[in-house]
Design a protein around this ligand. Structure first.
Ligand SMILES: C[S@@+](CC[C@H](N)C(=O)[O-])C[C@H]1O[C@@H](n2cnc3c(N)ncnc32)[C@H](O)[C@@H]1O
Length: 160
């Protein structure tokens, strides 16, 4: 993560970010490298928890929490900016979304990655988005788990 953030301070979008545990970890460990962190989740209780965990960062306007269903469409319009890093941690997986919805969300996420920026997807259940789908969408795979590993992850970069 530290490597992906680079030298300049970067913006991060996290979809299905839950109660902000990862966001808190990233911001506490390397907050000086993050200029903006936007977290989306459709669970009100999780967003409320994230509000508590991330309170200092919300106050300083570094973090924005958005209660929304990412499958509803128009994500690009609703968020309306691009990010250096887009994270989907246990997000576009079989346990969380229907395949059709996950692929629709993936398309929108790619549009929200800055040129040269990164998409990081992980899951302990299988991802709906595979490397072929990413390559077709103009991403190059920088790192990934082995096909049979229990924890699945992809780090992909958007080409210029
Ligand atoms: C497996 S959890 C992962 C949470 C977090 N990323 C983590 O790693 O701890 C899936 C998350 O996706 C959220 N979620 C499920 N469906 C969603 C949807 N349609 N729109 C937005 N968030 C959704 C859930 O509320 C939950 O927080």
């Amino acid at each position: 993560m530290y490597h992906l953030l680079g030298k300049e301070s970067s913006s991060i979008l996290e979809v299905c970010g839950g109660d902000g545990e990862l966001a808190g970890g990233i911001l506490n460990e390397m907050g000086d490298k993050v200029k903006e962190y936007v977290l989306l989740d459709n669970n009100k209780v999780s967003i409320e928890k994230a509000q508590n965990t991330l309170q200092p960062f919300i106050k300083s306007k570094k973090v924005e929490l958005i209660l929304c269903d990412v499958t509803e469409g128009n994500l690009t319009t609703r968020v309306n900016r691009t990010f250096k890093i887009v994270l989907g941690i246990g997000a576009l997986t079989q346990a969380v979304l229907e395949k059709k919805s996950a692929l629709k969300v993936f398309d929108e996420l790619v549009d929200m990655i800055e040129s040269d920026g990164y998409l990081v997807l992980t899951g302990i259940t299988e991802q709906w988005v595979d490397s072929e789908t990413m390559i077709q969408k103009g991403l190059s795979i920088k790192n990934r788990s082995l096909p049979n590993d229990q924890l699945q992850f992809y780090v992909a970069q958007k080409k210029k």
